[in-house]
Design a protein around this ligand. Structure first.
Ligand code: C2E
Ligand code: MG
Ligand code: MG
Ligand code: MG
Length: 292
């Protein structure tokens, strides 16, 4: 609804636009301090093996409570970091924090599981991710094979030609690689087979429709078949219903995460969960009738 007067657009003076720009500017400024200070945190969402009900890994997810704007979703935080040149700092903070947390679990004598971190597009495309990882693994003493680096299928498409090399460099460090939000990125089989990845994470849009659209179980099946032929592990995202688990098992997918099991929980709660698991206390009952 730009006001026009003699062909001149006054669009940029609309108050709404001013608000969102102001919000972005404020958040960007405060994000910089938040990264250096103590305002950001990571929560951890369990990835569960359907057969045993055990946590096999946890995904670190960014949380930010801003004094003025309250909870700011990680999608917005990441978008702002990308726009305002804070991607390197933010991603390094996340990786370091996740590695330190892993080492903390080790120090508590917990039964540790792999920890996954998400990498934003600019970190992958513009910065030297392998160099950052090398340094952070060394600084934290993190065992590389226990770290999973999640990159979206879409991100790997931003630089199709260099993606195989970029990922090979990461593999050389010994970390695991997961393709996130798989199925939404339109990558070709040709692209995919050149990428040295270990896991495919089926985007939650396919899982949540599982009951509704009869076509999607077949999509899940074809992703599972693809993963099998490339020797990759497959993980389903966004599992909310018991029925989803049954459907996924029927299609050959045996690992997943979602609110049905647990949302991302804070560092204290994940310690409790890992500790319970170490003591053999079942966290997720997968019996036929009383699941969860
Ligand atoms: P993602 O990596 O695909 O992470 C999964 C998202 O789905 C998380 O949202 C998680 O809380 C949510 N989720 C998990 N289970 C369910 C479910 O059963 N139902 C529904 N509706 N949602 C579920 P979250 O934490 O809001 O993160 C959103 C996205 O933001 C992530 O998608 C990732 O792309 C990005 N992100 C989050 N943390 C980080 C981070 O530390 N660094 C970077 N670069 N990106 C991050
Ligand atoms: Mg992810
Ligand atoms: Mg995802
Ligand atoms: Mg996503």
């Amino acid at each position: 609804r730009a006001k026009r007067d003699g062909g001149v657009s006054y669009r940029r003076f609309e108050p709404e636009m001013n608000d969102s720009l102001q919000r972005a500017n404020t958040l960007a400024r405060e994000l910089k301090t938040a990264i250096q200070g103590d305002e950001l945190s990571l929560h951890y969402q369990p990835v569960v093996a359907f057969d045993s009900g055990k946590i096999v890994s946890v995904e670190a997810l960014l949380r930010w409570h801003n004094p003025q704007y309250g909870y700011v979703s990680p999608v917005e935080v990441v978008a702002i970091a990308e726009q305002y040149g804070l991607a390197l700092e933010l991603n390094e903070w996340v990786i370091k924090q996740a590695c330190l947390q892993y080492q903390y679990w080790v120090s508590l004598g917990l039964e540790t599981v792999c920890v996954a971190v998400n990498i934003s597009p600019s970190m992958y495309v513009l910065h030297d991710l392998a160099a950052s990882l090398t340094r952070l693994l060394r600084e934290t003493g993190m065992p590389p094979e226990r770290l999973i680096v999640e990159v979206t299928e879409d991100t790997t498409m931003r630089d199709i030609e260099s993606s195989p090399d970029t990922l090979h460099n990461l593999k050389t460090l010994g970390v695991q690689i997961a393709l996130d939000d798989f199925g939404t990125g339109y990558s070709s089989l040709n692209h995919l087979k050149r990428l040295p990845v270990d896991k495919l994470k089926i985007d939650r849009s396919f899982i949540q429709d599982l009951n509704i659209t009869p076509k999607d179980p077949r999509i899940i099946r074809s992703i599972v078949n693809l993963a099998e032929s490339l020797d990759l592990q497959v993980i389903a995202e966004g599992i909310e219903f018991v029925q989803n688990v049954d459907d996924l098992i029927a299609e050959g997918c045996l690992l997943g995460q979602g609110y049905l099991f647990s949302k991302a929980v804070d560092s204290e709660r994940i310690v409790e969960m890992l500790s319970a698991q170490g003591q053999g206390i079942p966290l997720f009952q997968l019996g036929a009738d009383e699941r969860i």
